[in-house]
Ligand binder design. Structure first.
Ligand SMILES: Cc1ncc(C[n+]2csc(CCOP(=O)(O)OP(=O)(O)O)c2C)c(N)n1
Length: 667
């Protein structure tokens, strides 16, 4: 269907049973973003704002959807949805402060434009990356559903964004879990300069809903009454009968992608056609023809709004530029959390590493009603490593939740669960597969607290590591992908007791934590672990051996290789088990190096760009005067992890480490 020929140029407004006051309210709600944008265009020309994505001509969608939702229902808007923010009555002054990057805006200069959320207004803003907000909406809706709250969550995307994998994963997850998410596609003809025929090949994007087993509709996005009444009906039904609905709003982007980029690539006849369909102009005419709005009243409303906009802009402009304070910046990366130390009373029993993980997780499920586990095959099947075996019998499949194979949407959903007051542990089936959900972890979970104060109360369990003959895609230890990213914590236990206690701490911590569990230790390593619930502190290394000649630093499986080599070489060594990589216990490292004067760092990961490199640099910077030998790093060969036994043995650093340790001792 060619939409432009299937609907009348000037929308037919059907007021249904809406009273005059509501009709006028909808007009005002569209007028405010329109006039605010006109001011922004002026400011842009005067060089007073840096970038602006215009939603002129698309106001009916943002305004109609927002007006149809209840105030405490979450909306996840995109870059052209000023109408969402103004309809939720966010003060214009705060918006101007946000756009100017000032104190009093939502991100205090840390992020720009619409990249912010406001819990008070139940708005969760986008990150630049198109896509992950769709999975976040799934998580928010899931929290409502689990608490049996009749609430809908609305999330926006452009038609360009529907080509992202996140769109497909999010629709699939919402469909399989019957989540009350209203997926709103604003089909405005172009994704930057790319026309729809180069973006997708189905006739209407609404057709995709059917493919995901989802109700879907096409709505004239330039007709405020159609948007408002259709969405109102839909969300009313979704509240009582939770399920996702896809709505494709047909509209057009009248201005350039962003103001500086122009519209040269848009055929003139399209511009002319859609100019005639201006949602504000046509609706005003409808109200005027119906005798609901006179010209004088319209002028009066506009005058009031323009003076409000000017006043609020001037007030924001008078606020000084934000000042840089490094302590403040650093302090806001993580949500402050003082971990309570819970010491076990019951004595230890000799249990396997995998049992310790499982027990820690189980006891956290008992402790936190709001904790949800998500992962592939983790419910009845118990997960591929059986860490959650039996959990679903005790806690139910709502809280021990099998997921479709959608890493990105599920990790995004964990963010949404956190927004909506839940805790989540996501099990990666293998740590390797987190690459399919990398974006939400490093860009959404990691950066939200710093950007606008929204923490991500999420633990991602990472069964990792080699030596198990599993080849390049089931053997990696990919902690360095995450230690690099501010906002994430990284935990990597080597012993059963630590696995249990650190997992409990990670779950209590409201920040995103990657929790690495070496598969090779799961069933081979036993240790004394109390049956009580207990926690162990993040950022405190453990000294596994004490000596005077050399400092050996490692974590995970490396600790066991190091201990073996130290014993074989009869080295008088401090063996430091880091236990957590972020935060890193630098004090323990420096203390030991200053005592021994020699240091060797062992990591299972390939050598270049790993945590060992940073530790070596830190030691060089902070302990140079104490060193009696070069700082040595040992890691795996710079290749993917090979499959065959002999190749994998050669790849892993165990043997090389013993030789390097001997050389260092003799230096
Ligand atoms: C993952 C990702 N790729 C590319 C971009 C750059 N980009 C920003 S907006 C945009 C076009 C988006 O088109 P659409 O989703 O249709 O929304 P519209 O801008 O038309 O409202 C592109 C390519 C991005 N922000 N994120």
């Amino acid at each position: 269907m060619n939409f432009s020929t299937s609907v009348p140029v000037i929308p037919e407004y059907d007021r249904k049973d809406l009273d005059d006051a509501l009709l006028l309210q909808l007009y005002r709600k569209m007028l405010l973003p329109r006039l605010t944008e006109e001011k922004m265009l002026l400011l842009l020309r005067q060089g007073k704002v840096s970038k602006w994505f215009s939603g002129i001509g698309q106001e009916a969608i943002a305004v109609g959807v927002t007006a149809a939702l209840k105030k405490d229902e979450y909306i996840l808007p995109m870059h052209r949805n000023l109408g969402v923010f103004t309809t939720r009555e966010i003060p214009l002054r705060r918006l101007f402060l946000q756009w100017q990057g000032k104190e009093g805006g939502f991100t205090r200069g840390r992020d720009r434009s619409f990249h912010f959320g406001s819990r008070e207004h139940h708005i969760i803003g986008m990150i630049s990356h198109l896509g992950p907000q769709l999975g976040v909406a799934d998580g928010i809706a899931l929290a409502h559903k689990l608490r049996k709250e009749p609430r809908v969550t609305a999330v926006f995307t452009g038609e360009g964004g529907t080509s992202e994998g996140d769109f497909h994963e999010a629709l699939n997850v919402a469909s399989v879990w019957d989540l009350p998410v209203l997926f709103c596609i604003e089909n405005n003809g172009y994704g930057l300069s790319t026309p729809v025929r180069e973006q997708y090949r189905c006739e209407n994007l609404a057709d995709r809903g059917r493919g995901y087993g989802m109700e879907a509709h096409i709505v004239d996005g330039n007709n405020i009454l159609e948007v408002f009444t259709r969405v109102s009906e839909l969300v009313e039904r979704m509240r009582t009968d939770p399920r996702p609905v896809l709505v494709e709003f047909k509209t057009f982007r009248i201005r350039g992608h962003e103001e500086a980029s122009g519209t040269k690539y848009v055929p003139q006849e399209l511009v002319e056609y859609w100019a005639k369909r201006d949602p504000v102009v046509n609706y005003r005419k409808f109200l005027s023809d119906a005798g609901i709005l006179s010209e004088e009243e319209d002028l009066e409303v506009r005058k009031e709004m323009i003076s409000l906009i000017n006043r609020e802009y001037e007030a924001a402009a008078r606020v000084p530029e934000v000042a840089f304070d490094p302590d403040k910046e650093l302090n806001d990366v993580y949500r402050p959390h003082v971990a309570a130390r819970r010491t076990p009373v019951a004595p230890g029993r000799n249990i396997r590493f995998v049992d310790a993980v499982s027990e820690g997780l189980y006891q956290s499920m008992e402790r936190f009603d709001e904790l949800v586990l998500m992962g592939q095959d983790i419910a009845e099947y118990g997960g591929v490593f059986k860490v959650t075996a039996g959990f679903s019998d005790r806690f139910g499949t709502d809280r021990v939740r099998n997921t479709p194979i959608c890493e990105s949407a599920v990790l995004s959903a964990s963010m949404g669960l956190s927004v909506n007051h839940m805790k989540t542990v996501v099990e990666m089936q293998f740590a390797d597969f987190i690459s399919s959900g990398f974006n939400p972890v490093v860009n959404y979970l990691a950066k939200s607290h710093y950007r606008w104060g929204q923490h991500a109360d999420v633990v991602i369990r990472m069964p990792c590591g080699g030596g198990v003959g599993a080849g390049p895609f089931h053997s990696q230890t990919n902690e360095a992908w995450f230690t690099k990213t501010p906002g994430l914590k990284v935990v990597y236990p080597a012993f059963p007791e630590d696995a249990k206690g650190l997992l409990a701490t990670a779950i209590e911590d409201p920040n995103p934590v990657l929790f690495f569990e070496h598969k090779g230790l799961y069933r081979s390593l036993y240790g004394q672990v109390s049956e009580d619930y207990f926690t162990l502190p993040l950022g405190e290394a453990a000294i596994r051996r004490e000596g005077n000649e050399v400092t050996v630093i490692s974590y995970g499986m490396g600790v066991h290789w190091a201990l073996e080599a130290v014993d074989e070489c009869r080295a008088s060594a401090d063996v430091i088990d880091l236990r957590t990589l972020q935060p890193l216990d630098t004090a323990a490292i420096y203390r030991s190096v200053r005592k021994t004067g020699k240091v060797i760092i062992l990591q299972e990961d390939t050598l270049f760009g790993g945590i060992a490199a940073d530790i070596a640099a830190l030691v060089a910077e902070h302990c140079f005067e104490y060193l009696d030998a070069p700082v040595i790093r040992v890691g795996s060969l710079e290749t993917p992890v090979p499959f065959a036994k002999a190749l994998e043995e050669g790849y892993l650093p165990k043997l090389r480490f013993r030789n390097a340790l001997q050389r260092l001792m003799g230096y």
